[in-house]
Design a protein around this ligand. Structure first.
Ligand code: FAD
Length: 426
């Protein structure tokens, strides 16, 4: 069977069997129960931003591309900006014998400190943006919360010119390419990857793994034929796995032998994101996961701790320290890597189907967050660069945490569903 993959995952010391059993038994069930928690199910996103690269082609009118919006009252108060109450704050308390002069001074202090705080926030945001691999919608005025559980990633019918233009632009203009590769073919044959350096190969494999994951999802959650065959007009629709669709997309016969390599790339991107989560564990363990609902927030923190304790024990994490080693050339490559990836996150604003755009944005942001954790230096154990620069604090915004965990959730589900397809083929 072409999807019965064996051996080591490319660029990694871990084999496919190990990931299959680790994911399907330990990670997948834990992520399933974590990602239904309020903190993780509401994602803030701007789905209205216009495409910066070409004039938008017609937006998909297919019913299944539609994104259900969520009502204001459904959004947990903690996500709407309510700050967690602290019990006692000695700096804001006024004493009875405070003189006018004291009050005047304290007024000045607060004005100065407000300005300083504002400047500080501006500079911190600027510093953080330098480390980022993607453009975050979180602070965007047009961004709105979407309930991910109401809008599952599945077959939408989005295909043809618009979808192909997105993938072609990503591979042709924003992935690194083997030297002397014919430009008119955007899709890289895997046997040409040896002409590229490790970092360039890793970039391609991560994008191809994401593409494979999206296409597994749409095959596993397909609109199944009703009495009259496939019908987009069917109001409820019956959803489930479509083996023929999966075979068409991944069998060697229909993909010029590439399908199994694309599936292997799914394991590669999974290991990248898994390693990023392990590396950010000290930060993730101490986060509040505040939504305003104390019992639920407590459960979320416990579920995160449990997940992290399992991830930390995984034996063969991806080793990011082999990448971008050393000299000026490596730093230049890292810069290009970041620019290419940022461009890919902007291309997501050109996806013509809202549902695909939502999940495309979430998953590219999740991967971008993983790359930030692995390569920005913020999360490295060694606290100094050349012994001169002090390490910045580990910092992730809520949307980065939500996208990272949901992105690994998607990859974990794909690996799980792949096993279902294997069984169906047997
Ligand atoms: P495509 O998947 O469009 O691929 C185009 C070409 O890329 C193929 O001919 C092949 O040469 C190459 N290729 C295919 N897979 C890989 C790979 N893994 N690695 C490297 N090269 C590859 N559709 C839905 O139904 N639901 C969704 O949620 C959804 N989300 C999407 C999100 C984004 C960001 C994009 C761009 C598209 C999304 N789509 C979704 C559409 C879907 O991915 C396909 O584009 C569509 O089904 C048409 O498929 P296709 O067989 O023509 O090949």
């Amino acid at each position: 069977c072409f999807c019965q993959l064996e051996g080591k995952i490319d660029e990694c010391s871990c084999d496919i069997d190990t990931v299959d059993s680790f994911n399907n038994v330990k990670i997948y069930p834990r992520l399933r129960s974590l990602l239904v928690k309020d903190f993780f199910r509401f994602f803030k996103v701007n789905l209205k931003r216009s495409c910066p690269f070409w004039i938008d082609d017609s937006r998909c009118a297919i019913r299944y591309c539609h994104v259900e919006s969520c009502e204001e009252e459904e959004i947990p108060i903690g996500l709407k900006g309510e700050v967690k109450q602290t019990t006692h704050n000695k700096y804001t308390e006024k004493t009875d014998n405070e003189s006018c002069a004291d009050m005047h001074l304290s007024y000045l202090n607060t004005t100065i400190s407000k300005k300083a705080q504002h400047d500080m926030e501006k500079w911190t945001a600027y510093d953080d943006a330098q480390d980022n691999f993607c453009i975050d919608d979180d602070k965007d005025e047009e961004a709105e919360y979407v309930d991910l559980l109401l809008n599952p990633e599945r077959f939408t019918g989005y295909a043809g010119f618009s979808a192909h233009r997105i993938w072609r632009t990503i591979y042709l203009e924003n992935c690194f390419r083997p030297k002397k590769y014919f430009n008119f073919n955007p899709y890289i044959q895997s046997d040409r990857l040896s002409d590229m350096c490790l970092e360039e190969r890793a970039f391609y494999r991560a994008i191809s793994g994401l593409h494979a994951s999206i296409n597994i999802h749409l095959s596993a959650n397909y609109l199944l034929s009703s009495k009259n065959g496939l019908s987009f007009k069917d109001p409820k629709g019956e959803w489930g796995p479509n083996l023929e669709e999966f075979k068409k997309r991944f069998s060697p016969e229909t993909t010029n032998s590439e399908g199994p390599n694309w599936l292997r790339n799914l394991y590669f991107i999974y290991l990248i994101e898994l390693r990023a989560i392990a590396k950010a564990a000290p930060f993730l363990e101490n986060h509040e996961y505040y939504t305003g609902n104390d019992p639920e927030d407590y459960d979320t923190r416990m579920a995160i701790k449990d997940l992290l304790s399992v991830i930390k024990k995984f034996p063969n994490h991806f080793d990011e320290t082999t990448m971008f080693k050393g000299d000026k050339e490596a730093q230049k490559l890292k810069y290009e890597f970041k620019q290419h990836f940022r461009n890919i996150t902007r291309i997501m604003d050109c996806v013509g189907c809202d549902k695909c755009r939502l999940w495309g944005k979430l998953q590219t942001q999740g991967l971008g967050t993983a790359l930030k954790i692995l390569f920005s230096g913020q999360f490295d154990e060694d606290s100094s660069q050349d012994g001169l620069e002090k390490k910045k604090d580990m910092q992730l915004q809520r949307n980065e945490i939500v996208s990272l965990l949901n992105a690994i959730g998607r990859l974990s589900t794909s690996i799980y569903k792949l096993d279902d397809f294997r069984q169906m083929m047997r």
